[in-house]
Ligand binder design. Structure first.
Ligand code: ARG
Length: 560
């Protein structure tokens, strides 16, 4: 039974249908205030009445039934008290019945959402700065799939630009094939840095690099082969990290894929009278919209990042007919996205409104090692390795006899890294600290994982359990039930706001509530009916913790 819907159907409010009323219902922060609440201040404007008066009127005409047993007014809120026994029984049974699909929905109705994320640059290090885009995008991909959307994960590779000419020059002069095959991106970075050092002394190297870049563009066999090799090395290396982070892509169409797809866009801009020339460069003037001009073509006729992105957006619309197209990129690129979204709108693409920049904050390392100034790069792979290693040491100390220690360390260490980028509101800058992310107490990944493992061990000890009816409920039991019941809405909101952290926070809250219940209420050894309910509650909590973490790409060990 859908409780929000049921309450909504029992209320009559001018100009609102039951669905709209249901969407307004909230779950109060403390359960002693009620189980659902209608914030009446949201109605004050249209009903032209003070919120408490609205609440009072609605209360007077409300007739309680077997599902909702009471209503009360608190300030501008109308609070509803539901039949908790019935709710608990239904909710727990529903979770057990639906299992891993509990919380999933069909709201997407098969509509397509493209998600452009991770989008690394070829032959450049895959570093800690790429963590957020990779795991936020990965989580949104899973969340939208869970909500019934068709999702297309796109890695918009940075595989175009003069840097590839530089790399060829560097490779030809100082590169060693074997060394690069072995050291991969780290070796490529070394010769790339060397190029810049040498080019300071010998500026003619820059011209040579431009020539090689042109050769790639013209399809020169040797240059293209080198470029393809750099690409292959990069993808092989990042793929290992993607596997560890549980993220996948459906397309690796990068910037160079759009080489032959920009001209029609440029022609259309011209036709629609949107192109201006400024110092020989082609631009779209955006002054009217409070933005600097969007650069379309350089003086020498070459295209820019925005030109490629516009061609990519058109291509995606034609290929996938998306309902939404998301770009998960740091807030430093806010202007870039606002600009080309605007240009597409000016071109009359009505779907420009469906392009969304999901922007997020920066990650830096606690010891300051990730400052671009110091020029030091922190490879994501190294952070993962170090976290797994540290997790292994902690596990060794805490639980020496644990089975599958190495695998648990992998799950805990990797999870901690993912969690660090998904715990806060995504726009916040974060400082990564090994000690903080691996703390077993507090609002951390190991804490949630430990709770999941705890549920599992309770279930193992409890063995098979039979049916139950809920005849009474402790506060602690109900707190777990209320959270279980809220899960479908949490996932939905996480999708609506492009905010995986809602799911992360939820998992922490559920873990906390479960632990409180575990400490307060005896499970095994209680009277049969109570024991059965408590084991069922444990199983439901375990299921939902796993699902929630699964949406984030984090695993929960069976034992810890
Ligand atoms: N490769 C770019 C960078 O590292 C990110 C690309 C984001 N996606 C896009 N369609 N512009 O900054």
């Amino acid at each position: 039974m859908n409780y929000k819907k049921h309450i909504a159907e029992k209320l009559s409010i001018e100009n609102l249908n039951a669905e709209e009323i249901a969407a307004m219902l909230e779950v109060p922060p403390q359960s002693d205030m009620g189980d659902y609440a209608l914030p009446c201040f949201k109605l004050a404007k249209t009903l032209r009445k003070a919120p408490p008066a609205i609440a009072e009127e609605l209360k007077n005409s409300f007739v309680p039934d077997g599902v909702v047993c009471g209503v009360s007014v608190a300030g501008g809120y109308l609070n509803f008290r539901i039949n908790r026994l019935r709710y608990a029984e239904e909710t727990v049974k529903e979770v057990l019945e639906k299992g891993a699909r509990y919380g999933a929905s069909e709201e997407g109705g098969g509509r397509t959402i493209c998600i452009d994320y991770s989008s690394i640059n070829i032959a450049k290090p895959f570093h800690i700065g790429h963590l957020s885009t990779t795991v936020i995008g990965g989580a949104l991909y899973k969340i939208f799939s869970f909500l019934g959307y068709k999702t297309v994960g796109i890695n918009h590779l940075g595989d175009y630009g003069t840097q590839f000419g530089k790399l060829i020059v560097a490779y030809k002069r100082w590169g060693d094939k074997e060394k690069i095959e072995k050291g991969k991106l780290r070796e490529l970075l070394k010769i790339y840095v060397k190029f810049h050092e040498e080019a300071e002394k010998h500026p003619e190297l820059e011209d040579e690099a431009r020539r090689y870049f042109k050769l790639i563009e013209d399809g020169d066999e040797e240059s293209v082969a080198l470029f393809d090799w750099f690409k292959e090395l990069t993808l092989k290396e990042v793929d290992k990290v993607y596997k560890r982070l549980n993220v996948t892509f459906d397309s690796y169409a990068g910037e160079s894929f759009y080489n032959d797809k920009m001209q029609p866009v440029i022609d259309e801009l011209k036709e629609k009278g949107l192109l201006r020339y400024s110092d020989g460069a082609a631009i779209v003037d955006l002054e009217e919209y409070g933005m600097p001009p969007c650069l379309i073509l350089k003086k020498d006729g070459s295209s820019l990042y925005a030109t490629r992105d516009m061609a990519a957006a058109v291509y995606r619309k034609n290929t996938y007919d998306f309902y939404k197209c998301l770009y998960v990129t740091a807030y430093q690129q806010d202007l870039h996205f606002r600009q080309f979204f605007k240009v597409l709108e000016l071109m009359g693409k009505e779907w420009a409104k469906d392009l969304v920049h999901v922007s997020y904050g920066m990650v830096s390392m606690e010891d300051g090692s990730m400052s671009t100034r110091s020029g030091k790069v922190v490879f994501l792979e190294d952070v993962l390795d170090k976290c797994v290693e540290k997790a292994a040491r902690i596990i060794e100390e805490k639980n020496e006899t644990l089975e599958n220690k190495a695998d648990v360390a992998r799950q805990v260490g990797t999870g901690a890294v993912i969690f660090s980028a998904l715990y806060n509101n995504k726009i916040k800058d974060i400082v990564f600290s090994y000690d903080k992310v691996l703390n077993f107490d507090g609002e951390t990944c190991p804490y949630v994982q430990y709770t999941g493992a705890r549920c599992n061990s309770v279930l193992k000890k409890g063995g098979d359990f039979g049916g139950f009816t809920v005849k009474s409920l402790t506060e602690e039991e109900y707190a777990v039930v209320a959270l279980l019941g809220a899960f479908p809405d949490v996932v939905k909101e996480a999708g609506e706001k492009y905010e995986p952290s809602f799911v992360t926070r939820y998992a922490v809250d559920l873990a906390k509530a479960y632990n409180k219940f575990y400490i307060a209420d005896k499970i095994i050894g209680s009277e049969e009916n109570v024991k059965n309910f408590r084991l069922a509650l444990t199983k439901a909590a375990h299921t939902v913790l796993k699902t929630a973490f699964g949406l984030l790409g984090i695993e929960i060990p069976d034992q810890m």
